[in-house]
Design a binder for this molecule. Structure first.
Ligand code: SF4
Ligand code: SF4
Length: 399
């Protein structure tokens, strides 16, 4: 799925148009998301990509490095600034270190999403030598029992923690990502302490998405109820954040965040999907909206061996439909939301995955609306000032 970027104060959600004679080239391609392999050495219960599990340290199916280079070359004239390496587990790629060198040589920003288990000190140093690097490592528990229950592989807690430590020792401030669920909700505060101890720079608390494997967790009651999620978010932002110097990000939609936390002199912005400026590259060289192309073939737009990137970027009908329709065509609670111009319905890929409809509202806000706890003051025609409403939801720390 196209991932969210944190949009600072006053930053437009939609990419700035590229100055060009061509009427069609209105959107810069700032970021490529490379899904380097469709394999993973972990088997997480909540994974939305659901890669093939393999118990080895190198992938057997992976993006050829010549395609990686040629795609970057084609993307640079379109505006490329950032390369994200993800997967599956990207460090399984046998030429991962060479790819990092290429990103460094081209002066691009490197973003890496990893489970951390294969992060050695040498590779951490190579990553740290790139310009403007951002690395996130997933930790879903503060003890081996919890983390490995989620991640499916014994020993993965110690190796993931060591991975965060190697990155910190190399001079980076990695982000720890924790997906919040019933099993680990009581460890949220401890996770911040663990992240501090490991040398992380921030902690992001992700929602358990009802997509792919995560759908089963929602059905089995492992996901938290909407009221619990909202109350947890309030607790994290109001009570936990002041106890740490780390930046804490709770990934609930902006309709549930106080305006003062997002805007004004002390605001930290709001998370925005970069969908207008991102394209995914799958491990077989296919172009896709994002990693959702691994699950839905209609989200695959072409192949790097046979199609020119500029043609994919400028003439794919679904990309045109998204650019022309977001946010105005959003339906349901998203269509009535004051935040839709920034939030863009949170994640269009998630929304599409659930229903096959691009304009479907985001499940979180839809559930809140059904439960009667979506802030009225964030709806078109009701005006701003949702803090009073949000204040009526009891904010309780995890027991
Ligand atoms: S480590 Fe990441 S890609 Fe691998 S199974 Fe877990 S969530 Fe999925
Ligand atoms: S209702 Fe939709 S647009 Fe509004 S905050 Fe929620 S997900 Fe975003």
């Amino acid at each position: 799925m196209s991932e969210k970027i944190y949009c600072g104060r006053g930053t437009a959600a939609r990419g700035d148009p590229v100055s060009t004679d061509s009427e069609t080239r209105r959107y810069p391609l700032y970021q490529l998301y490379f899904y380097l392999t469709d394999e993973c050495n972990l088997a997480c219960r909540h994974c939305w990509i659901a890669p093939k599990y393999q118990n080895a340290t190198k992938a057997t199916s992976f993006l050829p490095i010549d395609l990686f280079v040629s795609i970057i070359r084609e993307a640079q004239p379109l505006g490329l600034m950032t390369v994200k390496l993800t997967g599956g587990e990207p460090l399984l790629h046998p030429q991962f270190a060479e790819m990092v060198d290429i990103v460094k040589r081209e002066g691009l920003k490197l973003v890496l999403e990893t489970n951390g288990t294969l992060m050695a000190s040498e590779i951490a140093e190579a990553i740290a030598s790139c310009k403007n690097t951002f690395v996130s490592v997933s930790l879903d528990g503060t003890d081996a029992t919890t983390h490995e229950w989620v991640r499916g592989v014994p020993g993965s807690y110690d190796t993931a923690c060591a991975g965060v430590r190697h990155l910190a020792d190399a001079g980076l401030r990695p982000q720890v990502i924790m997906t919040v669920m019933r099993r680990n909700r009581d460890q949220i505060g401890e996770m911040v302490r663990l992240a501090e101890w490991l040398g992380a720079g921030s902690v992001k608390f992700n929602l358990l998405q009802p997509t792919s494997r995560g759908k089963q967790m929602h059905h089995s009651g492992e996901a938290l109820e909407i009221r619990e999620l909202i109350a947890l978010g309030q607790w994290v932002e109001r009570d936990l954040a002041p106890t740490t110097t780390l930046n804490l990000i709770y990934d609930h939609p902006p309709a549930f965040r106080p305006l003062s936390r997002m805007f004004g002199d002390h605001g930290d912005g709001c998370s925005v999907c970069g969908i207008f400026s991102i394209l995914g590259v799958l491990s077989d060289g296919s172009y896709a909206l994002c990693g959702i192309g691994e699950s839905l073939s209609e989200m695959i737009f072409g192949h790097a061996r046979t199609d020119r990137l500029v043609d994919i970027w400028e003439h794919t009908p679904m990309l045109g439909e998204i650019r022309g329709g977001l946010p105005e065509k959003l339906e349901g609670v998203c269509g009535r939301c004051l935040m839709k111009g920034r939030c863009l319905g949170s994640c269009l890929a998630q929304n599409y995955y659930r229903s096959g409809d691009l304009w479907e509202p985001y499940w979180f806000c839809e559930e809140a609306e059904r439960a009667g706890i979506f802030p009225e003051t964030r709806k078109v025609g009701r005006g701003a000032g949702a803090e009073e409403h949000l204040g009526t939801l009891v904010s309780e720390p995890p027991s």
